[in-house]
Ligand binder design. Structure first.
Ligand code: HEM
Length: 466
């Protein structure tokens, strides 16, 4: 029945036995293969894993604006697709993967943790951790190239740890390297399981070496979060102080209103640690990569900084300064159009759903290809060109054409946090360095993992400003 209903959507030619496995299991080929399908067979296509008549899995892949609007803007398709389940061992029932009433209740509670007054308190963390990054980048002054992604990831990990847990991780200074290694291992294992036909199933995963690597990585990750929670709980004072990390706020809610259990708090903090560092690292790195190619746009970003701070390279930046960085905001948005840090998201239908005269049966996985949607010409003329000005007067008639943070009720809860963090870090780098393209120019090789990455790094040249 599932197969018949989905046959209304075209299926690109695939291997009769394996289906489209080879097109979607290599992280570096997903973008080109899916773009090819969409261009040649339709805005929404079906892909298959397994034999033609008895597939293990059929999924829809879409860049159809109307489908994005229907699913993200509506309330019928809120559950995450099956491949998110590989995060469950790490994030438990945290906000990213939970659903139903449990998700609704937690979303309501966690929204308080992203209130403007809370975010304002984090700017000091963005700034001081960003200063350490600047010091590290100074070592590359005048060198032919630096892979910024590696360094930026350590910076964003330090930021998320201090803001989420109120504890310094200091990975930029070489501390807690086992924690960093465990985060990297888990990110790798989760994506490999989602893409591997064999490790998709628990029974085969349990026989693999990665199962044991995951076990020891989780021991370190959960052990760290738990030890921070325990040390804070033992202090038993849950008064509202000025500077509170997400964890302090959640402990306060648990203490005052008994709304969250301790293991639920741990799952949410682990979720922030996962969702709140790789995304921003990808974003910051691609912004630097774009600016390296665009001296004029970079100069405009610098001029905006000079209007705000004169020649001071290390000013005390406030919330309102970050709000005033309007041109930089357009640069960030344009980078996220071309290089969305989260290039695909997945949903699962939990009931039969009618969309555009088609019945999409219960238990259908749907992949929303944000990367492809952002490059559609009807919404973004000259889509391959980097034009920050588009965001000065973006046509609001199509609110679902630009969705780097997703949209609707399951949009990114951390988007304002992320924008402030990214503005703080990028503006600091631009005030201190001229960012140039390497010679020969470094061509990124995009890879669709949990976030958008480049398998050969994201390299630029840095020259310290006088
Ligand atoms: C550039 C940075 C970021 C981007 C592009 C981004 C993007 C997204 C996207 C596309 C989703 C929807 C995922 C889905 O439907 O599967 C999402 C959800 C989420 N994000 Fe972000 N994110 C960013 C930063 C952050 C940060 C800094 C945090 C936390 C501090 C965060 C926490 C979350 C959480 C908890 C969810 C799940 C929300 C829910 O389902 O209710 N994100 N993000």
């Amino acid at each position: 029945q599932n197969q018949n209903a989905l046959s209304k959507f075209p299926e690109p030619p695939g291997n009769p036995l394996l289906g489209h496995v080879s097109a979607i299991t290599s992280t570096t080929r997903i973008i080109s293969n899916v773009s090819h399908y969409i261009e040649n067979y339709g805005k929404t296509v079906t892909i298959r894993i397994g034999p033609l008549f008895f597939p293990v899995l059929r999924a829809l892949v879409t860049t159809d604006y109307k489908f994005f609007e229907f699913a993200l803007g509506g309330s019928k398709i809120l559950t995450k697709s099956e491949n998110y389940q590989f995060l469950r061992d790490w994030l438990g029932n945290g906000l990213l993967i939970s659903d139903g009433d449990y998700w609704k209740r937690h979303r309501k509670i966690l929204t308080r943790a992203f209130h403007t007054e809370v975010l304002k308190e984090f700017i000091g963390v963005f700034e001081s951790v960003g200063d350490v990054l600047i010091k590290k980048l100074e070592k590359y002054d005048g060198k032919p190239s630096v892979d910024v992604h590696r360094l930026v990831t350590l910076c964003t990990l330090d930021i998320i740890c201090e803001t989420a847990m109120g504890t310094k991780l200091n990975v930029q200074s070489g501390e807690n390297s086992r924690y960093v290694e465990s985060v990297h291992q888990m990110c790798r294992i989760v994506i490999e399981r989602a893409l591997s036909f064999i490790r998709f199933f628990n029974c085969t995963f349990w026989l693999s070496k990665d199962y044991y690597i995951q076990k020891s990585a989780l021991k370190i990750l959960h052990g760290f979060t738990l030890s921070v929670i325990d040390s804070k709980r033992n202090k038993t004072v849950h008064k509202e102080t000025k500077k509170m990390a997400f964890l302090d706020l959640l402990l306060k809610v648990s203490h005052d209103e008994n709304l969250l259990k301790i293991d639920e708090i741990q799952e949410e903090v682990d979720t922030f640690m996962f969702e709140g560092h790789d995304t921003t690292a990808s974003g910051i790195s691609f912004i630097l990569y774009c600016l390296a190619d665009l001296p004029e746009e970079q100069e405009k970003v610098l001029q905006e900084q000079k209007e705000l701070f004169g020649d001071d390279k290390n000013p005390r930046v406030t919330y309102s300064d970050l709000q005033d960085m309007k041109y930089l905001e357009c640069v960030i948005k344009e980078t996220f159009r071309l290089y969305p840090p989260v290039p695909v998201i997945g949903r699962l239908t939990t009931e039969d759903v009618k969309f555009d005269d088609c019945l999409i049966p219960k238990n259908t996985n749907i992949v929303f290809f944000i990367y492809g949607l952002h490059r559609r010409e009807e919404f973004f003329p000259e889509p391959e060109k980097f034009k920050p000005e588009r965001f000065q007067n973006l046509d609001s008639a199509f609110p679902y054409a630009y969705v780097p943070f997703s949209a609707g009720s399951r949009n990114c809860i951390g988007q304002r946090f992320a924008m402030l963090e990214i503005k703080s870090v990028i503006s600091k780098i631009v005030r201190n360095f001229e960012i140039k393209a390497t010679f020969p120019r470094h061509e990124v090789q995009l890879s669709v993992e949990a976030v958008l990455k480049s398998v050969n790094g994201i390299k630029v040249e840095l020259k310290k400003r006088n």
